[in-house]
Unconditional design. Structure first.
Length: 475
């Protein structure tokens, strides 16, 4: 008994688990109806489900539904459309659009419209249809639009097919509902045909009445002839009948002629009215032409008068003013030329004086340089050393002059050596002074040690003579 209870529990759990799994599978299974397509996206990329079902893995895949039903909406531009004749018309039509059934078109339509409401989708499609309708109406006449609406629908389907296919859509049908205009062009378009039909009807009625009267007269005549043949006494009645017949025939002919002439007169009246109206328009055009020619002549006379007045007033004054300005310009030109010549003479004189001064100054400097050169040639090495030592202080001063431009020197000393602190500054000055002999040797090519040794040798000569630059003794 204990074993049987466990089996029952296990079987119940298995059945319950099976039901739970089946319920979960049923919720995960999505079926696409015949009028819709399911767009599955997420894991494994997007895919299209048409006419069957598929499992949707929760949290990994999602779905959206795209309707494949026929969409019908009105195409009625709010603005007037202009035909090839320049006539403004209002066209109302009905378009039937649907999403194509192939998977590529469905994916294209899903990319375009899946996130939009039906109103937004219809608005986008309506804009495309209205633009193409405007272009087609502009290539046709009013007569073609009114009398051949199927041709307009075929052009619309052929023109819109490419643009709508880029959206995954196709045009099922396009039908013109109504065409109207504000200038009564369409209502007046049938008036010539109506007048022609009315005229033909009246002529046909007159001819029918004529034929009826003729046949009635013939019948009466035949009846009278038969009666006369049967009864000689009716000869007089026969003659009367014949006379009556002839009278009726003449009346019928007169009636036919009158009606025919009346119809011709009505038509001639219309034609004559049109001719007279054309003549009136032609005369008005001639009158306007004559008025324009008269106005042109008046304007030409006015232009000639203004031209003469301009010549008499403005041009004479302009010539006098131009002559006065020319005289003033010539005088000013002469003055400027005279001033320029005087200025040039003064500049030339000043330049000659300055050139003479510069020449004399250069000549004096050249003589001074020659004197200095002769003096330098007589210098001995002792004089050179004396000159060097005398000017050494000026050289050291010039080399240390940058230090005099320093506003403030802060010395931080952290050692106890001789080359730190204030000793470092005096050491720098000593190094600057030590560079003077090297500078002299670099400029003159002579060594200080050689000059000093020569001076010592000259001081040690036993004869007390004065050595020269080349080592010879002057007595």
């Amino acid at each position: 008994m204990h074993v049987s209870n466990e089996v029952v529990v296990i079987v119940g759990l298995v059945v319950l688990l099976t039901l739970v799994l089946m319920s979960a599978m049923a919720k995960m299974y999505r079926k696409a109806g015949p009028n819709e397509a399911i767009i599955r996206y997420g894991m494994r990329g997007p895919s299209v489900i048409i006419g069957h079902g598929a499992l949707i893995i929760p949290m990994m895949q999602h779905t959206k539904t795209l309707s494949l039903e026929l969409m019908s909406f009105d195409v009625a531009p709010t603005q007037d459309l202009y035909t090839s004749q320049g006539v403004a018309v209002t066209v109302e039509a009905v378009a039937q659009i649907k999403v194509r059934s192939d998977k590529e078109s469905i994916m294209t339509a899903a990319e375009q419209f899946l996130s939009k409401s039906p109103q937004e989708r219809d608005g986008l499609i309506r804009l495309v249809m209205e633009g193409h309708l405007r272009g087609i109406i502009g290539q046709l006449t009013v007569e073609q639009i009114v009398k051949e609406p199927e041709m307009v629908g075929e052009r619309m389907r052929a023109t819109c097919a490419e643009d709508l296919s880029k959206m995954g859509l196709s045009v099922i049908s396009f039908t013109i509902k109504e065409v109207r205009d504000k200038n009564e062009y369409i209502s007046n378009m049938g008036r010539p045909d109506i007048a022609r039909i009315r005229r033909d009807a009246e002529i046909a009625m007159a001819e029918a009445e004529r034929d009826t009267a003729i046949r009635r007269a013939i019948a009466l005549r035949e009846s009278a002839v038969a009666k006369a043949a049967a009864d000689p006494e009716t000869m007089s009645l026969t003659k009367q009948a014949e006379a009556q017949r002839d009278l009726d025939v003449q009346k019928a002919q007169y009636t036919q002629t009158a009606q025919t002439q009346q119809a011709q007169a009505d038509k001639a009246y219309e034609l004559q009215t049109n001719v007279m109206q054309q003549k009136v328009v032609a005369e008005q055009v001639k009158v306007q032409q004559v008025e324009k020619e008269a106005q042109v002549k008046v304007q030409e006379a006015e232009i000639l008068r203004n031209e003469k007045e301009l010549i008499a007033t403005v041009l004479k004054k302009s010539e006098i003013e131009a002559q006065r300005i020319g005289n003033m310009a010539n005088a000013e030109k002469a003055r400027i030329v005279a001033e320029a010549e005087g200025r040039a003479t003064a500049i030339r004189t000043q330049g000659e004086a300055e050139a003479s001064i510069i020449f004399q100054k250069g000549e004096a400097e050249a003589k001074a340089m020659n004197i200095k050169a002769e003096a330098y040639q007589e210098w001995s090495q002792a004089a050179v050393v004396d000159k060097l030592i005398t000017n050494m202080a000026d050289v050291v001063r010039a080399m240390s002059e940058p230090l005099s431009k320093v506003d403030k020197i802060t010395i931080v000393s952290t050692g106890d050596g001789k080359n730190v602190g204030a000793h470092k500054l005096t050491g720098e000055m000593t190094e600057i002074a030590a560079q003077v002999p090297a500078l002299f040797e670099a400029l003159s090519g002579m060594k200080m040690s050689d000059l000093m040794s020569n001076i010592k040798q000259m001081g040690a000569r036993p004869d007390g003579g004065k050595p020269t630059i080349d080592g010879d003794v002057k007595k």
